[in-house]
Design a protein around this ligand. Structure first.
Ligand SMILES: [Ca+2]
Length: 175
């Protein structure tokens, strides 16, 4: 009887050890806070894309359920949520028309990794695109799978969201 109890205890310890290893393995797999390429679907989601246009693929995208946002939520609320969730990093300055983005990137291995950055000396700024009709300005557009985004007519703090919204950030030169 005593022997059996000890065996049961040993087994339980072994199972716990295996579980702990499995959890660590899982955490490592989901370490990336973002995806690359074009999303399979935009339905019922709000998508934020960061695309360095000098590389062919979409460098990072994030998707959040549309249901998580209030009706009057802005694209900046989306960015703040992703930042609070430890997935996105960005730099912004306050301006008279709300936040002015100067850099955006991902969190990788707990570190901030900026993918696009504004650079006044090089005349590079963060350009913002959207597929929300109210703010689509054109004529610049980029197509990501089934969705086409156009230059936003307003700043990130004034941009609205919708079910299936795609907000895209790139770095572009005004020169
Ligand atoms: Ca790219």
């Amino acid at each position: 009887m005593k022997g059996l109890k000890r065996l049961a205890l040993l087994l339980a310890t072994a199972v716990m050890t295996v579980s702990a290893v499995a959890l660590v393995g899982c955490a490592e797999k989901t370490n990336a806070s973002y995806s690359t390429g074009v999303p399979e679907s935009y339905a019922d989601k709000v998508t934020l894309i960061i695309d360095d246009l000098s590389t062919e693929e979409v460098d990072a995208y994030f998707q959040v359920d549309y249901a998580e946002f209030a009706q009057d939520a802005t694209a900046f609320d989306l960015m703040e949520k992703l930042k609070a969730d430890g997935k996105l990093c960005f730099k912004s300055e306050d301006s008279s028309y709300g936040a002015f983005l100067t850099a955006a990137g991902v969190i990788e291995g707990g570190e901030e990794k900026y993918l696009i950055e504004a650079d006044d000396a090089a005349q590079v700024f963060i350009a913002i695109y959207t597929n929300v009709e109210a703010e689509m300005l054109g004529p610049n557009s980029i197509t990501y799978g089934s969705e086409t985004v156009e230059s936003s007519a307003v700043g990130i703090s004034q941009m609205t969201l919708k079910n299936g919204a795609v907000i895209c950030l790139t770095a572009e030169s005004w020169a």
